[in-house]
Design a protein around this ligand. Sequence first.
Ligand code: EPU
Length: 419
Amino acid sequence: MGKYIIHGQKSLVGEVQISGSKNAAVAIIPATLLVEGKCRIENIPDIGDVKALIDILIHLGAEVSYKDKNTIEINTERISTYKATYDQVKSLRASYYIIGALLGRCGKAEVPFPGGCNFGFRPIDQHIKGFEALGAEIQMEHGIIKAKANKLKGNSIYLDVVSVGATINLMLAAVKAEGVTVIENAAKEPHVVDVANFLNAMGANVRGAGTDVIKIRGVKKLKGGKTHCIIPDQIEAGTFMIAGAYKGNSITVKNVIPKHLESLTAKLLEVGAKVEDFEDSIRVTGTDKLVRANIKTLPYPGFPTDLHPQMSALLSLAEGTSTVTEGIWDTRFQYVEELKRMGASIKVEGRIAVIEGVKQLMGAPVEALDLRAGAALVLAALFAKGKTEISNVHYIDRGYENFDQKLKSLGADIVRIDD
Ligand code: EPU
């Protein structure tokens, strides 16, 4: 288990290259199960969740070769099993995409209930409802989701909640189903669009991704031999942008799609930072006087839940009282107790964190309790006076490529120690 040692209050100035989107990559890798022939995927982030999914694909019988650190070729023609094991899926949520992809590929899948960050109850009833609407039979036995279908048939599916995972999983199951599938109240996140673009590049007929109605006309075959380049990671970019908003810092995130970051840009302007948009980069320059703000996380294009903890770290230092309301997950406040060790003043009432800005955070030993909670502690440590030791950084490795090295290149005093 690794840890970061950070000495805070060093100016962070310069440019940072943003990696490919985690949440697109973790869906596109399973989506290759639907394709006959080799797919080449570029801009794959070199992160823990991607490695875990590639291990599952190899276990299923896929051939995976790295052309370089961020380019892979996957050929799933000779898969030999439709079962994943508990050890393979327990660490990550996205393992549920194996179910939709295998259902679409061979009409059966056995995958243990997925793991991932602990935000309270994380149901997958909408995935299951959708698979059943397409004609699959689903059983849960001994912690394993068993799905089978003689023939998948298109249908209309209305999602009761806007779910990224259910939207993508149903697209995967439906691309080769007979007839037309319509997903209503679909998630509109950029990674939903990227998965649809990948599938279409391979010959699928998916229309409307990025709106709340997605129409999928089933095709007989998806053919490989094509290349797909993954979109930039909006949450990694956002994390660096939030770091840039602190006094003395000026960070340019490169290789981003500014449109995907509009909700964050608006909030950073509101707290007093300077934000400059360019064609595929954004520069955030910090302010001496951070101003309070209220935030509510919502499905895209609202403020992303995956930037909530990082924003709380920044608002801990803003003058006045801020609130952060979590609109997606029941509990995403595990990081609060850790920020309090560093001197933050935060009270959680239900789904709302009430943050009284303090003049200064102080370094302390803290623990990363999940991926974005870990990122928030890194930001807090960079803003804080003195030394912070963050344990369990393997959570951060799940979603950030070379986080410490990228921060170091901007001027951070950060050292990683692996046991
Ligand atoms: N929900 C249901 N039933 C379902 C599915 C979801 O009630 O069948 C509820 C959830 O409990 C939640 C809401 O719907 O309240 C949204 O959940 P969603 O399905 O959108 O979340 P997810 O697909 O499991 C993805 C990201 C998360 C991100 C959420 C929200 C991946 C692999 N994960 O999760 O990312 O927080 O969307 O945007 O794409 C992260 O990257 O740190 C992360 C946690």
